[in-house]
Design a protein around this ligand. Structure first.
Ligand code: ZN
Length: 171
């Protein structure tokens, strides 16, 4: 089921999510809905709090990005084990429709998490998939991509986003 994507500013996007402790059928539903919602919005990643569920679950699917490997992954309670290198990438966010900003992140991350079968796995992500993962991982900590900008860059991005919101209300 496609759910409504929560947009900024909404409190749930600024609060850390909780670890998943109880693996019931509801969790499977949530994951399915996250993929449905992400595909419907033509995104490549989504965090559970973006659809109003404050749990530590994120999904990515980098298939639409041509030069990136086709990775479709579910991360429950993800942890970053290692991170290295730097990469700058112009990112968008489904919770900030219309806004894109250049963010600097780690080029390579090693992650451990549970998959949708609640099995523990480890994966090394590089370049685009690493960027997408870190963007969504930030969401789970209550951090959005504009929080990764400093000083005037952040103020400028917020002003641009406010303008976008105003124009949306008008049309
Ligand atoms: Zn986002």
């Amino acid at each position: 089921m496609v759910r409504k994507i929560i947009t900024f500013p909404a409190e749930i996007l600024t609060k850390p999510t909780k670890r998943v402790e109880d693996f019931n059928t509801e969790i499977r539903e949530i994951i399915k809905d996250m993929f449905d919602t992400m595909y419907s919005a033509e995104g490549v990643g989504l965090a559970a709090n973006q659809i109003g569920i404050p749990l530590s679950i994120l999904v990515i699917d980098t298939t639409p990005k041509e030069e990136a490997p086709n990775l479709r992954l579910v991360f429950i309670n993800p942890r970053i084990l290692n991170q290295e290198g730097r990469i700058k990438y112009k990112e968008g966010c489904l919770s900030f429709p219309g806004l894109s900003v250049e963010v600097e992140r780690f080029k390579r991350v090693e992650v451990s998490a549970l998959n949708e079968k609640t099995e523990e796995f480890r994966v090394i992500l590089e370049d685009f998939p690493a960027v997408v993962f870190q963007h969504e991982y930030d969401h789970l900590q209550g951090i959005t991509f504009i929080d990764r900008l400093k000083g005037w860059r952040k103020r400028l991005a917020l002003e641009r986003y406010k303008k976008i919101l105003k124009e949306r209300l008008r049309s």
